[in-house]
Design a protein around this ligand. Structure first.
Ligand code: BTN
Length: 241
């Protein structure tokens, strides 16, 4: 079932309400615009009418909280696959859940656990023709990448099918195949020099793959390997001159 709204504060809030009422797996809440769209780390997600796809999918999976990191990676994979289906562009994935096109962010995923339900909030930059100066270097849209407008309905249909597919894989075969797919699809998981930003610190190092949960291994410059469980990554300057 797809619930469509013209305006919501956030599709996350409406999906949380529906989940509390017991709505089924793959119930989707879509808004044409959000007045208080939410991104990761408490950031706002700009959600002007018609410019993006703003959807939250309620997932009811027989998985535990230990599977949450892999679910987040799976949702990034589903979003990237839907974008490729619809716009025929190649995506990169920046751990844990940014979808990049031509090196710039085109979509993001926000995963929340409420009671027994997982809320998969997905925002795709679809029809923006430009971004404000502070975002122009880091954000893109399908329209900018392809030169053509994107149909939000076609994108939504593909996204729901891809979410169903990848969460089914996770449910039936466990984390391992999903982590392998993510490693294949992401240039960030292995051999990339990155800065990791978390609320408490900034760490620089080279990525060395995913652990069995889906957390990111990072080899710091002092040689110690650490596990990154939260935060975001961005490319860091290379050590070589
Ligand atoms: C990120 O910071 O990259 C995650 C962005 C997630 C945005 C989507 S838009 C639909 C859903 N509703 C929200 O308020 N946020 C998510």
């Amino acid at each position: 079932m797809i619930y469509r709204f013209l305006t919501l504060d956030s599709t996350m809030t409406e999906a949380q309400r529906l989940a509390a009422e017991g709505c089924p797996h793959l119930t989707a809440v879509v808004a044409e615009e959000q007045t208080a769209g939410r991104g990761r780390h408490g950031r706002a997600w700009h959600s002007a009418r018609g410019e993006g796809l703003y959807v939250t999918v309620v997932l009811r999976l027989d998985l535990g909280p230990e599977d949450l990191p892999a679910i987040t990676l799976a949702l990034g994979l589903a979003t990237a696959a839907a974008i490729t289906d619809v716009a025929d562009v190649v995506c990169d994935l920046r751990w844990p859940n940014d979808v990049l096109v031509n090196g710039k962010k085109c979509a993001g995923v926000l995963t929340e656990l409420h009671g027994g339900a997982i809320l998969a909030g997905i925002g795709v930059n679809a029809n923006q023709i430009s971004f404000p100066e502070d975002l122009a270097d880091i954000a893109t849209s399908l329209r900018i990448a392809t030169g053509k407008p994107a149909s939000l309905d076609v994108l939504l249909a593909s996204l729901l099918a891809r979410v169903d597919e990848i969460t089914g894989l996770l449910q039936q075969q466990g984390r391992e195949p999903v982590l392998r797919l993510f490693e294949q699809a992401s240039s960030y998981v292995r051999g990339k020099r990155v800065t990791v930003e978390s609320p408490s610190e900034q760490v620089v190092g080279v990525t060395e793959g995913l652990d069995a949960s889906g957390f990111l291994w990072l080899r710091r410059d002092d040689g110690e390997r650490i596990t990154i469980r939260a935060g975001g990554v961005r490319p860091a300057a290379s050590l070589c001159s």
